[in-house]
Write a new protein. Structure first.
Lengths: 184, 183
């Protein structure tokens, strides 16, 4: 039997630009470790930019920059799937037909935009010496709110009533936890 | 379908206005003078005006570029679809308020940009649902409008940020002059 390959780069771009289409077509064909990789790398770059900004102002050393990247990877492979799983449990009560794997995968892939912003942020941070955690990092994470709304909508059969408050909570949790990390 | 989209439009308009009020409040927030009435009032007015302009441009241009849809379902339905898309700004407005008033951030332009981009994409998706198929021209059009408005917001806030202080000065001057005349 011929196995259909899901184009990985196209999925990332599609999740950033047109998440509704990507969620309908590509998510089911994406391996779970790839989705986890997207959120792990997105948060590794985001947290690393925070570390680099603090390093540039002399508040932290180089070791903290590496630690930040590591913390980002852990965050991306634990907190984001956990958020996806919690929302899946909540939506299960409303009789969602999507599997927990789909929910976690779509949540992780929602950070595709954050990954692109993260790569750009790291480049600007190294090449031009800019402080990029807010301009690129936070913007990228905010960008994920749209795909998260779409994911929840898919899980609720196209209803926005639940997707908007749940996406607000998910976005606020990420912002609060990152802000807490920046203060450590 | 058209009846469905009209249902709840009043609430959606109310939420859209609240979102832009929130963006205005966060843009003109002064952490050293949290409850300055001039900043609050100016933030509300700028937010409402900006929100109305953004909605009018999105609806107007979508109508202009989809004459077939305008003829078949009417201009109001397109407007309702845009309003529905704009409710997707709620998470961004709430997060902007939390970032400003709880976490003490002073730069919230990113929330407006991301919110407008998401709202525009959702408006285009709603139009696609009405048409029965998603059109690339609508996605590009709404993205271009939201990008223009978020750029306008980012640049105009720096300039408009000075206005509340001027307003306060003028009000102070007028009240002192009025006081002198009444003596």
């Amino acid at each position: 039997m011929k196995k259909t390959k899901t184009p990985i780069f196209r999925t990332i771009i599609s999740m950033m630009i047109s998440p509704a289409t990507a969620l309908k077509s590509a998510v089911a064909g994406i391996p779970w470790f790839f989705s986890l990789g997207v959120s792990a790398l997105a948060f590794a770059f985001f947290f690393m930019q925070t570390g680099l900004d603090l390093y540039k102002t002399g508040q932290k050393g180089l070791q903290f920059v590496m630690l930040s990247a590591g913390a980002g990877i852990v965050y991306g492979i634990t907190v984001i799937p956990l958020l996806g799983a919690i929302i899946w449990v909540i939506l299960k009560l409303t009789k969602s037909d999507k599997s927990i794997g789909w929910a976690i995968s779509s949540f992780c892939l929602s950070y595709s935009g954050a990954l692109i912003y993260g790569i750009c942020g790291i480049l600007f941070s190294f090449v031009f010496g800019w402080k990029t955690s807010i301009a690129f990092g936070v913007t990228g994470v905010l960008w994920a709110t749209g795909p998260i709304i779409m994911s929840i909508r898919e899980m609720t059969g196209g209803k926005s009533t639940l997707s908007i408050p749940l996406a607000t909570i998910a976005g606020a949790v990420v912002l609060f936890t990152w802000s807490f990390f920046g203060k450590i | 379908m058209t009846e469905d989209i009209a249902k709840g439009n009043g609430w959606r308009r109310f939420f859209r206005q609240l979102c832009f009020i929130a963006f205005g409040l966060t843009a003109f927030f002064n952490p050293l003078d949290r409850f300055n009435p001039a900043n609050i009032l100016f933030g509300i007015v700028v937010g409402l005006v900006f929100g109305s302009l953004c909605k009018a441009f999105l609806s107007g241009l979508l109508r202009m570029f989809n004459p077939d849809l305008k003829a078949s379902i009417g201009r109001k339905t397109i407007s309702h679809a845009v309003e529905k898309g704009m409710t997707f700004m709620v998470p961004f407005a709430v997060m902007a308020l939390l970032a400003t008033f709880v976490m003490g951030w002073s730069i919230t332009g990113g929330f407006v940009s991301a919110g407008l981009m998401t709202a525009a994409a959702s408006a285009s998706m709603e139009i696609g649902k009405l048409k029965g198929k998603q059109a690339m021209k609508n996605t590009i059009l709404t993205s271009a409008i939201s990008w223009s408005f978020s750029t306008l917001w980012l640049y105009s806030i720096g300039f408009l940020g000075k206005m509340p202080a001027y307003i306060e000065g003028v009000v102070g001057l007028i009240s002192s002059l009025a006081g002198n005349f009444l003596k």
